[in-house]
Design a protein around this ligand. Structure first.
Ligand SMILES: Cc1cc2nc3c(=O)[nH]c(=O)nc-3n(C[C@H](O)[C@H](O)[C@H](O)COP(=O)(O)OP(=O)(O)OC[C@H]3O[C@@H](n4cnc5c(N)ncnc54)[C@H](O)[C@@H]3O)c2cc1C
Length: 229
């Protein structure tokens, strides 16, 4: 009712400055925005990108993997899953093209704990990598990441990284992450968990985590994408 009175979030424009293939299915798009010069961006903040999908305006969110406030540059790493306007945008991105977005945005906060557990997949790998880096090597971090195969793996500085290969099985099921949790012995002390996966997988794992040593209040769960089935 009062939506016309709410301030509109600032739409920013950036120009793509570089495109790099990190793995056969992960493309890094680097873009530069004057409005981001001097802006300090916290770990795993994201942008909401406006894209054209056959004449329809759609929004897709991508994590800012790295930022360089001195130049206003950001890197977003996009998983090429083969469908959808977001994946197509990254596949076709070229230096010189313009992009519109809002952000940096995001609610995820790292809070002090004795250990941190990250559960994710290709879509959240940029976020998990950034969060683990922000915590630093002195913190006890576990990262269980489901990917298709070893070609999707990227450097990940978690103290205990576990790559779970789904192979030809469909993405977006909880099976592999659940199995890894079954084999997990939680360390002593306060643990926090971050579940950044397909939406229904995130909801299921959030419910299960208290039985694996993480109190419900210490679980942050967020659906990063929606499986059609
Ligand atoms: C806060 C936040 C941060 C995110 N950060 C990143 C990021 O840094 N990098 C990144 O790649 N993604 C990221 N994502 C996920 C990304 O926004 C979604 O995957 C998005 O739906 C992709 O849009 P699309 O247009 O390519 O596909 P859509 O139009 O959304 O979907 C088309 C089809 O592709 C399938 N699909 C979509 N995503 C995936 C996937 N990841 N794996 C398998 N199938 C998929 C859908 O189920 C659907 O069938 C983030 C999401 C959130 C909420």
């Amino acid at each position: 009712m009062f939506s016309s009175l709410r301030p509109k979030r600032d739409v920013r424009t950036a120009i793509v400055t570089a495109v790099e293939q990190l793995t056969p299915r992960m493309t890094r798009v680097t873009a530069s925005a004057e409005s981001l010069v001097g802006v300090d961006i916290g770990p795993a903040r994201d942008i909401e990108l406006f894209l054209d999908d056959d004449g329809r305006r759609v929004k897709r969110r991508y994590t800012i993997r790295q930022s360089r406030p001195a130049t206003g540059e950001i890197d977003v790493d996009v998983f090429l899953h083969g469908h959808g306007p977001g994946s197509r945008w990254a596949d076709g991105a070229r230096p010189g093209s313009a992009m519109e977005f809002v952000g940096p945005r995001g609610k995820l906060e790292l809070r002090p704990a004795d250990w941190h557990l990250f559960l994710g997949d290709e879509a959240s790998l940029p976020a998990v990598t950034a969060l683990v880096e922000a915590l630093g090597p002195e913190v006890d971090t576990y990262a269980f990441i489901e990917v298709t195969d070893r070609f999707d793996q990227l450097p990940l500085s978690a103290r205990t990284p576990r790559w779970l290969h789904r192979g030809s099985r469909p993405a977006g099921t909880p099976d592999l992450l659940e199995r890894e949790l079954d084999a997990f012995t939680p360390p002593e002390g306060l643990g926090r968990a971050y579940v950044l996966t397909e939406s229904r997988v995130a909801a299921r794992l959030r419910k299960l985590l208290p039985s694996y040593g993480v109190a419900a209040d210490n679980v942050f769960a967020k659906g990063y994408w929606n499986s059609p089935s």
